[in-house]
Design a protein around this ligand. Sequence first.
Ligand code: PMT
Length: 401
Amino acid sequence: MRSLKNKRILLGVSGGIAAYKSADLVRRLAEHGCDVRVVMTRGAQEFMQPLTFQALSGNPVHTDLLDPKAEAAMGHIELARWADAIVIAPATADVIAKLAAGTADDLLSTLCLATSLPIAVVPAMNQQMWSSPATQDNIERLRHRDVAVWGPGSGSQACGEVGAGRMLEPLEIAERVNDLFNTGSLAGLRVMITAGPTQENIDPVRYLTNHSSGKMGFAVAQAAVEAGAVVTLVTGPVSLETPEGVERVNTTTAQQMLEACEEYADGCDIFIATAAVADYRLAEVNEHKIKKDHEELVITLTKNEDILATIASREEAPFCVGFAAETQNIETYAMGKLQRKKLSMICANRVHGDSNTGFNADSNELHVYWENGKKHYPNMPKTRLARELIQLIAEHQQPDI
Ligand code: PMT
């Protein structure tokens, strides 16, 4: 199983005797590297104390729809923005019915309605309740909306009856959490991604660079590998861990990044250029450290070749996705780059020194444009944004699926 490191799981616990197993589930998820936050329904609190989940998850437990401690008292919106996926275990017949009907009368049901996150329900109830036509109808409706339904298992139940309705064991649920992220939408495809800044040497001790951290590109690489692609990540100098399953190629200058991309471009289906490549390098790099004995220093720069445009102009060009960091006129500038560089898609982000988006931030907001369409993604963690973007790219690269 692939590591779930840094995945943010919102665990919904509803009121059934299996709620005691959810405490172990929190531990299992944490062991797999997840950051877990727990939302308990009123019924769940009859079976378990919030303190138990708080101690195991290391995070406060959420129980109320209107949370005075949350920004604007809208805890459900903040939690939905925080998470990567929602798992409801145990999911009682009542919670399943609420989800199917779109009811929003407590924190958990409202959260599920206020999000486009992947949701999994892990049913736990009496076997007669599970097999009732009402529950089966509700389950069908949830499946139809792409809600994952895990289990239930069969066997002897807490009520003394025997049959289907037992909640899956915590270990199995933790293993299935991977399925929420492994979409398979890029299965069998080769994806090349550039990330981070480049460094252009001035002399042996100095260089020109920019504020790119590589976070956006590494998140895209992770999302692409989770979607089943074979991923090559050509990166500038950054101090980020390579996502599991990704082939990493380290480069420093724009010229090295170009050479690496040309080497790996053959047979590539999709090219996503998130890197902030230096537009210019020194016409001549000084062999020795420049001494500070001049009042003024003039450095002559020469233009770097455009990596993205070079790959996009190949005879058998991959589906090319560019990024554009803009401070103004986002749509006009981004559309200009889309057309000039002959791209399939461009993702524009506003950069304005705000620590919340763009360079070196953990989250980002994107305006994505293609020939006859556009889509806006509000500010969200780069990891989640990357997954949404990969899904969009998959839909456009393979319009028939
Ligand atoms: O790395 P992070 O800290 O997470 O920040 C992410 C980011 C802000 C760097 C990223 O989201 C982003 O916007 N990257 C593009 C930066 C940019 O300004 O690109 P550009 O407008 O200079 O270039 C447009 C496109 O051409 C980009 O896809 C770029 O990778 C590509 N390009 C540019 C110049 C060049 N010589 N070769 C290229 O391939």
